[in-house]
Design a protein around this ligand. Structure first.
Ligand code: ATP
Ligand code: ZN
Length: 288
């Protein structure tokens, strides 16, 4: 049995559970229970606050866990990352009051920060950054609502998580530098048993298959045989496209895989090359 720590409720929870489901692992979750066993996989879920996950995994109370890189770096910077998960992307950034931007731009962020005070919930990451950049600033650790610190006269700047920047803006702050790009990661404790390692490796294999399928689509189209060479050039495919003869003489059906972000551009070119009846379908998993 592998104990997997997941955030109980918050910005990581839904995507973590979604990933587990996409890996074919089914479970029931009742809101008030702190643990739950999967029906068809040797894994038990522990629902915890995200801040506690690195510690529980380090102590072996949980075997593996899903947590933001920001929290991991702050709490257990030396933990083993089994795989990056690509969701809950955000960055840990420095921000300063809008009216200080001219001052910062006229010198440099580093020299402006010298002698200043910075509020943050991430003192370890911030202190590491300051030391690495030879900045002497005082760090005020506060646990929430960091963005109000400059307004109430507590500090000159802040270091906090940013995704869109709208919270900063509504507090009269501007992002002046990013110190960590974060995303959810799967971590593991160092002393897994052999069978737990097998279970983890199988889970990572499934996660990779799900990740490969994300942002890709299955495409099917019909075209006259004479156009097939031009169409194939437009479709890289997993290996190369499959060509299936159609009932109608002189026509074939072409099947391939395309990246979602190049999708509209390719569709237009395919039509110009004579493709008809184009179907684009979602892909659940890609096994390699
Ligand atoms: P808990 O009650 O578990 O301690 P929390 O309030 O500390 O929760 P959340 O706000 O749910 O934490 O954020 C959890 C994690 O989600 C953050 O540590 C970060 O990795 C990621 N995250 C934070 N803000 C965003 C955002 N705007 N968009 C995407 N991911 C984010
Ligand atoms: Zn938290």
């Amino acid at each position: 049995m592998l104990r997997l720590a997941i955030q109980k409720s918050g910005r990581l929870s839904e995507d973590s559970l979604q990933l587990i489901r996409e890996c074919g692992i089914s479970f029931n979750r009742s809101d008030n229970k702190l643990t739950s066993k999967a029906f068809n996989y040797p894994v038990e879920f522990l629902f915890l606050r995200d801040d506690d996950i690195p510690g529980y995994v380090a102590d072996g109370v949980a075997d593996i866990g899903i947590v933001g890189l920001n929290v991991l770096q702050e709490k257990s910077p030396n933990a083993d990352i089994a795989i990056r998960l690509g969701f809950s992307k955000c960055r840990l950034s420095l921000a300063a009051p809008k009216d200080k931007i001219a001052e910062i731009q006229s010198s440099s962020l580093q020299s402006w920060l010298n002698g200043k005070s910075i509020a943050t919930s991430y003192p370890n990451i911030l202190n590491t950054y300051l030391a690495a950049n030879q900045i002497k600033a005082s760090v005020h650790e506060i646990s929430g609502s960091v963005e109000i610190a400059p307004n109430i006269g507590l500090t000159d700047a802040i270091c906090d998580l940013v995704s869109s920047g709208s919270t900063l803006l509504s507090n009269g702050l501007v992002e002046v530098g990013s110190i960590l790009e974060s995303e959810a990661v799967l971590i593991s404790q160092p002393k897994l048993s052999v069978s737990q390692k097998d279970t983890l490796n199988e889970l990572i294999f499934r996660i990779k298959s799900v990740q490969r399928a994300q942002n890709t689509k299955y495409i099917m189209l019909n075209a006259p045989n004479a156009q097939i060479p031009n169409i194939i050039k437009l479709l890289p495919g997993v290996k190369s496209p499959s060509i299936v003869p159609l009932g109608q003489e002189g026509w074939s059906s072409v099947h391939s895989v395309i990246k979602e972000n190049t999708f509209w551009e390719i569709i237009q070119k395919l039509k110009e090359a004579g493709a008809e009846g184009i179907l684009v379908l979602p892909i659940e998993k890609i096994i390699e």
